[in-house]
Design a protein around this ligand. Structure first.
Ligand SMILES: [Zn+2]
Length: 109
C-alpha cells in the first residue's frame, strides 16, 4: 500500500498570493515534499500569503497537519524569504483516514 500525494500550485499575481492544493494522502513522510514545493513557491511568487489547502485530501495524518501548521517560511528558504509571507493551512474539521487502509482492511476480512 502506498500513500500518494499530489500538489497543485495556484498563483494569483495580483494581489500576490498562492494556494497549494494538496490531494491524496497527507502523511508525515510526505511533508518534506510539501515543504519543498512551498519553498519554491515562496521564492517564485514573492507572495504575501500562501495557503496550504488540505480540504481535498483523502487522508490526513494529524501529525502531518500539525507539522504543516507550524512551518516557519523563513526557516525553509535558504537565505530567507524575499518578502514576509504568511503561511496558512486550510484543513477539514475532521481529518480523514486513509481510504487505502480501509480498502485493505475490507479485503482481508
Ligand atoms: Zn493514505
Amino acid at each position: 500500500m502506498k500513500h500518494t500525494l499530489r500538489i497543485l500550485v495556484r498563483m494569483d499575481l495580483d494581489p500576490s498570493s498562492a494556494v497549494l492544493e494538496v490531494e491524496g494522502c497527507v502523511t508525515v513522510e510526505g511533508c518534506p515534499s510539501v515543504t519543498s514545493v512551498l519553498a519554491r513557491t515562496l521564492l517564485l511568487a514573492e507572495c504575501e500569503e500562501v495557503l496550504i489547502d488540505l480540504r481535498r485530501a483523502k487522508h490526513i495524518e494529524p501529525a502531518a497537519a500539525d507539522y504543516l501548521q507550524r512551518i516557519d517560511p523563513r526557516s525553509i528558504v535558504e537565505g530567507g524569504v524575499p518578502v514576509p509571507t504568511r503561511v496558512g493551512v486550510l484543513r477539514p474539521r475532521v481529518l480523514p483516514d486513509c481510504p487505502l487502509e480501509a480498502e485493505q482492511a475490507g479485503a482481508s476480512r
